[in-house]
Design a protein around this ligand. Structure first.
Ligand code: 6GU
Length: 270
Protein backbone atom coordinates (compact mmCIF):
# COMPACT_ATOMS: atom_id res chain seq x y z
CA UNK A 1 0.00 0.00 0.00
CA UNK A 2 1.11 3.53 -0.75
CA UNK A 3 0.08 6.34 1.61
CA UNK A 4 0.75 10.01 0.81
CA UNK A 5 0.35 12.67 3.47
CA UNK A 6 0.28 16.38 2.63
CA UNK A 7 0.77 18.79 5.53
CA UNK A 8 2.35 22.13 6.39
CA UNK A 9 4.01 20.28 9.30
CA UNK A 10 5.51 17.17 7.66
CA UNK A 11 7.82 16.62 10.69
CA UNK A 12 4.70 15.93 12.76
CA UNK A 13 4.37 12.54 11.06
CA UNK A 14 7.87 11.34 11.99
CA UNK A 15 6.77 9.01 14.84
CA UNK A 16 5.04 6.78 12.26
CA UNK A 17 8.51 5.53 11.34
CA UNK A 18 8.89 3.92 14.78
CA UNK A 19 7.76 0.49 15.95
CA UNK A 20 5.61 -1.89 13.86
CA UNK A 21 4.56 0.62 11.23
CA UNK A 22 8.17 1.77 10.95
CA UNK A 23 9.27 -1.78 10.29
CA UNK A 24 6.57 -2.19 7.62
CA UNK A 25 7.93 0.93 5.93
CA UNK A 26 11.52 -0.32 6.18
CA UNK A 27 10.46 -3.74 4.79
CA UNK A 28 8.68 -2.10 1.84
CA UNK A 29 5.20 -3.42 2.83
CA UNK A 30 4.08 0.16 3.35
CA UNK A 31 5.23 3.03 1.13
CA UNK A 32 4.67 6.16 3.25
CA UNK A 33 5.44 9.51 1.62
CA UNK A 34 5.08 12.73 3.57
CA UNK A 35 4.97 15.99 1.64
CA UNK A 36 5.16 19.68 2.55
CA UNK A 37 2.17 21.54 1.10
CA UNK A 38 4.36 24.65 0.80
CA UNK A 39 6.39 22.91 -1.91
CA UNK A 40 3.37 23.63 -4.14
CA UNK A 41 3.32 27.38 -3.47
CA UNK A 42 5.04 29.91 -5.73
CA UNK A 43 5.08 33.19 -3.79
CA UNK A 44 7.97 34.42 -1.69
CA UNK A 45 6.17 33.76 1.59
CA UNK A 46 4.94 30.29 0.55
CA UNK A 47 1.38 31.32 1.48
CA UNK A 48 -1.15 28.54 2.06
CA UNK A 49 -4.06 30.37 3.73
CA UNK A 50 -6.25 33.44 3.50
CA UNK A 51 -9.26 35.04 5.17
CA UNK A 52 -12.67 33.38 4.73
CA UNK A 53 -15.13 34.73 2.17
CA UNK A 54 -18.26 35.81 4.02
CA UNK A 55 -16.24 36.78 7.09
CA UNK A 56 -15.63 34.99 10.37
CA UNK A 57 -12.72 33.99 12.54
CA UNK A 58 -9.56 32.20 11.48
CA UNK A 59 -8.07 31.40 8.13
CA UNK A 60 -8.99 29.04 5.31
CA UNK A 61 -6.52 27.10 3.19
CA UNK A 62 -6.32 28.45 -0.36
CA UNK A 63 -7.17 25.98 -3.11
CA UNK A 64 -4.19 26.49 -5.46
CA UNK A 65 -1.43 24.65 -3.51
CA UNK A 66 -3.84 21.80 -2.77
CA UNK A 67 -4.83 21.59 -6.44
CA UNK A 68 -1.19 21.32 -7.48
CA UNK A 69 -0.41 18.78 -4.76
CA UNK A 70 -3.30 16.56 -5.84
CA UNK A 71 -2.32 16.95 -9.50
CA UNK A 72 1.21 15.82 -8.67
CA UNK A 73 0.26 12.95 -6.37
CA UNK A 74 -2.89 11.54 -7.95
CA UNK A 75 -1.73 11.79 -11.53
CA UNK A 76 0.09 8.53 -12.36
CA UNK A 77 2.94 10.26 -14.19
CA UNK A 78 3.43 13.18 -11.85
CA UNK A 79 3.58 10.98 -8.74
CA UNK A 80 7.25 10.03 -8.86
CA UNK A 81 8.54 13.60 -9.29
CA UNK A 82 6.43 15.17 -6.54
CA UNK A 83 7.96 17.22 -3.73
CA UNK A 84 8.41 14.57 -1.11
CA UNK A 85 10.31 15.19 2.13
CA UNK A 86 11.45 11.57 1.95
CA UNK A 87 13.42 11.93 -1.24
CA UNK A 88 16.21 9.67 0.05
CA UNK A 89 14.12 6.51 -0.29
CA UNK A 90 10.80 7.77 -1.69
CA UNK A 91 11.51 7.28 -5.38
CA UNK A 92 12.84 3.74 -5.24
CA UNK A 93 10.33 2.52 -2.65
CA UNK A 94 7.56 4.15 -4.67
CA UNK A 95 8.39 2.40 -7.92
CA UNK A 96 8.44 -0.96 -6.11
CA UNK A 97 5.26 -0.15 -4.14
CA UNK A 98 3.26 0.82 -7.22
CA UNK A 99 4.12 -2.42 -8.99
CA UNK A 100 3.63 -4.60 -5.91
CA UNK A 101 0.26 -3.12 -4.95
CA UNK A 102 -1.15 -3.65 -8.46
CA UNK A 103 -3.35 -0.59 -8.60
CA UNK A 104 -6.35 -1.01 -10.91
CA UNK A 105 -9.20 1.17 -12.15
CA UNK A 106 -11.54 -0.56 -9.65
CA UNK A 107 -9.27 0.49 -6.78
CA UNK A 108 -9.43 4.28 -6.96
CA UNK A 109 -7.20 6.29 -4.66
CA UNK A 110 -8.97 7.44 -1.50
CA UNK A 111 -8.36 11.03 -0.40
CA UNK A 112 -8.99 11.38 3.33
CA UNK A 113 -9.56 14.86 4.68
CA UNK A 114 -9.34 14.84 8.50
CA UNK A 115 -11.93 17.19 9.93
CA UNK A 116 -14.11 17.41 13.04
CA UNK A 117 -16.93 17.90 10.50
CA UNK A 118 -16.25 14.51 8.88
CA UNK A 119 -17.96 11.14 9.20
CA UNK A 120 -16.75 9.14 12.23
CA UNK A 121 -13.69 6.97 11.58
CA UNK A 122 -14.35 3.38 12.73
CA UNK A 123 -12.63 0.00 12.85
CA UNK A 124 -14.82 -1.12 9.94
CA UNK A 125 -13.58 1.83 7.88
CA UNK A 126 -9.97 1.06 8.85
CA UNK A 127 -10.43 -2.53 7.68
CA UNK A 128 -11.89 -1.40 4.37
CA UNK A 129 -9.13 1.16 3.77
CA UNK A 130 -6.47 -1.48 4.55
CA UNK A 131 -7.57 -3.27 1.34
CA UNK A 132 -6.82 -0.24 -0.86
CA UNK A 133 -3.62 0.42 -2.83
CA UNK A 134 -3.53 4.22 -2.56
CA UNK A 135 -4.51 6.57 0.26
CA UNK A 136 -3.82 10.29 0.46
CA UNK A 137 -4.30 12.25 3.67
CA UNK A 138 -4.84 15.99 3.15
CA UNK A 139 -4.09 17.65 6.49
CA UNK A 140 -5.66 21.06 6.85
CA UNK A 141 -6.01 23.44 9.74
CA UNK A 142 -9.33 23.03 11.46
CA UNK A 143 -11.03 26.06 9.92
CA UNK A 144 -10.65 23.99 6.80
CA UNK A 145 -9.57 23.77 3.20
CA UNK A 146 -11.47 25.67 0.49
CA UNK A 147 -14.39 23.34 -0.32
CA UNK A 148 -13.70 23.48 -4.06
CA UNK A 149 -10.61 21.31 -3.49
CA UNK A 150 -12.86 18.49 -2.27
CA UNK A 151 -15.16 18.90 -5.28
CA UNK A 152 -12.24 18.92 -7.70
CA UNK A 153 -10.48 15.92 -6.16
CA UNK A 154 -13.72 13.91 -6.40
CA UNK A 155 -13.17 13.64 -10.16
CA UNK A 156 -9.95 11.64 -9.64
CA UNK A 157 -10.40 9.95 -6.29
CA UNK A 158 -12.90 8.90 -3.68
CA UNK A 159 -12.87 11.80 -1.23
CA UNK A 160 -13.92 11.29 2.39
CA UNK A 161 -13.98 13.84 5.19
CA UNK A 162 -13.33 11.88 8.38
CA UNK A 163 -13.37 12.70 12.10
CA UNK A 164 -11.62 10.66 14.79
CA UNK A 165 -13.96 11.78 17.57
CA UNK A 166 -16.13 14.48 19.05
CA UNK A 167 -13.46 16.97 20.04
CA UNK A 168 -11.43 19.55 18.16
CA UNK A 169 -7.75 19.25 17.25
CA UNK A 170 -5.60 22.07 15.88
CA UNK A 171 -4.94 20.32 12.60
CA UNK A 172 -5.33 17.04 10.77
CA UNK A 173 -1.83 15.67 11.47
CA UNK A 174 -2.47 13.86 14.74
CA UNK A 175 -5.77 12.48 13.40
CA UNK A 176 -3.89 11.27 10.33
CA UNK A 177 -1.37 9.43 12.50
CA UNK A 178 -4.21 7.79 14.40
CA UNK A 179 -5.86 6.64 11.19
CA UNK A 180 -2.64 5.43 9.54
CA UNK A 181 -1.79 3.37 12.61
CA UNK A 182 -5.30 1.85 12.69
CA UNK A 183 -5.19 1.06 8.96
CA UNK A 184 -1.58 -0.08 8.55
CA UNK A 185 -1.72 -2.71 11.29
CA UNK A 186 -4.55 -4.41 9.37
CA UNK A 187 -2.46 -4.85 6.21
CA UNK A 188 -1.66 -8.57 6.03
CA UNK A 189 1.89 -9.29 7.22
CA UNK A 190 2.34 -6.03 9.10
CA UNK A 191 1.37 -7.00 12.66
CA UNK A 192 3.40 -9.74 14.36
CA UNK A 193 0.59 -11.98 15.58
CA UNK A 194 -2.57 -12.28 13.41
CA UNK A 195 -4.41 -13.85 16.38
CA UNK A 196 -4.18 -10.61 18.33
CA UNK A 197 -6.01 -8.92 15.43
CA UNK A 198 -8.77 -11.54 15.47
CA UNK A 199 -9.41 -11.16 19.21
CA UNK A 200 -9.36 -7.43 19.68
CA UNK A 201 -12.05 -4.98 20.71
CA UNK A 202 -14.51 -3.68 18.11
CA UNK A 203 -14.04 -6.58 15.73
CA UNK A 204 -17.31 -8.06 17.03
CA UNK A 205 -18.63 -4.93 18.74
CA UNK A 206 -17.62 -5.88 22.30
CA UNK A 207 -14.79 -4.35 24.30
CA UNK A 208 -11.82 -6.53 25.32
CA UNK A 209 -11.71 -8.59 28.54
CA UNK A 210 -9.21 -7.69 31.33
CA UNK A 211 -5.85 -9.47 31.10
CA UNK A 212 -3.38 -10.80 33.71
CA UNK A 213 0.16 -12.19 33.75
CA UNK A 214 2.67 -13.44 36.32
CA UNK A 215 3.05 -13.25 39.27
CA UNK A 216 -0.19 -14.98 40.36
CA UNK A 217 -0.15 -12.86 43.55
CA UNK A 218 0.95 -9.23 43.54
CA UNK A 219 0.61 -6.76 46.44
CA UNK A 220 -2.01 -9.00 47.96
CA UNK A 221 -4.04 -9.16 44.75
CA UNK A 222 -4.88 -12.44 43.09
CA UNK A 223 -5.39 -13.36 39.46
CA UNK A 224 -9.00 -14.57 38.95
CA UNK A 225 -8.96 -18.28 39.81
CA UNK A 226 -10.66 -19.47 36.63
CA UNK A 227 -7.69 -18.27 34.56
CA UNK A 228 -5.41 -20.69 36.48
CA UNK A 229 -7.90 -23.61 36.19
CA UNK A 230 -6.89 -24.94 32.77
CA UNK A 231 -10.62 -25.22 31.97
CA UNK A 232 -10.73 -23.64 28.53
CA UNK A 233 -14.53 -23.62 28.30
CA UNK A 234 -14.86 -21.89 31.65
CA UNK A 235 -12.13 -19.40 30.71
CA UNK A 236 -13.87 -18.54 27.42
CA UNK A 237 -17.19 -18.03 29.24
CA UNK A 238 -15.54 -15.87 31.95
CA UNK A 239 -13.83 -13.73 29.33
CA UNK A 240 -16.99 -13.23 27.34
CA UNK A 241 -18.89 -12.29 30.50
CA UNK A 242 -16.24 -9.70 31.39
CA UNK A 243 -16.48 -8.27 27.86
CA UNK A 244 -20.27 -8.03 28.11
CA UNK A 245 -20.11 -6.49 31.57
CA UNK A 246 -17.45 -3.95 30.59
CA UNK A 247 -19.24 -2.98 27.37
CA UNK A 248 -22.53 -2.51 29.25
CA UNK A 249 -20.79 -0.29 31.79
CA UNK A 250 -18.60 1.95 29.61
CA UNK A 251 -20.22 1.72 26.15
CA UNK A 252 -23.95 1.03 26.48
CA UNK A 253 -24.35 2.35 22.92
CA UNK A 254 -22.24 -0.55 21.57
CA UNK A 255 -24.11 -3.11 23.62
CA UNK A 256 -27.51 -1.82 22.50
CA UNK A 257 -26.49 -2.44 18.87
CA UNK A 258 -25.66 -6.09 19.71
CA UNK A 259 -28.65 -6.73 21.97
CA UNK A 260 -30.67 -8.77 19.40
CA UNK A 261 -27.73 -11.18 18.82
CA UNK A 262 -27.02 -12.03 22.47
CA UNK A 263 -27.47 -15.64 23.64
CA UNK A 264 -29.26 -16.66 26.81
CA UNK A 265 -25.87 -17.20 28.49
CA UNK A 266 -24.81 -13.70 27.36
CA UNK A 267 -27.93 -12.14 28.81
CA UNK A 268 -27.33 -13.90 32.14
CA UNK A 269 -24.03 -12.00 32.46
CA UNK A 270 -25.76 -8.61 32.33
CL1 6GU B 1 -9.96 14.28 11.85
N1 6GU B 1 -9.31 16.73 12.55
C1 6GU B 1 -9.33 17.76 13.40
N2 6GU B 1 -8.69 18.86 13.09
N3 6GU B 1 -9.98 17.74 14.56
C2 6GU B 1 -10.60 16.61 14.85
C3 6GU B 1 -10.62 15.51 14.03
C4 6GU B 1 -9.96 15.60 12.86
N4 6GU B 1 -11.34 14.52 14.59
C5 6GU B 1 -11.75 15.02 15.73
N5 6GU B 1 -11.32 16.28 15.91
Amino acid sequence: MRIDVVSIFPEYLAPLRLSLIGRAIADGALDLRVHDLRDWTHDRHRTVDDTPYGGGAGMVMRPEPWGEALDALLDAHGAESAGTTDSADGGAAGAAGGAATGETAGDRPVVLVPSPAGVPFTQAQAAELAQRSRLLFACGRYEGIDQRVVEEASARAEVRMVSIGDYVLNGGEVATMVMIEAIARLIPGIIGNPESLAEESYKDGLLEYPVYTKPAQWRGREVPEVLLSGNHGAIARWRRDRRLERTARVRPDLLAALEPELSTADRAAL
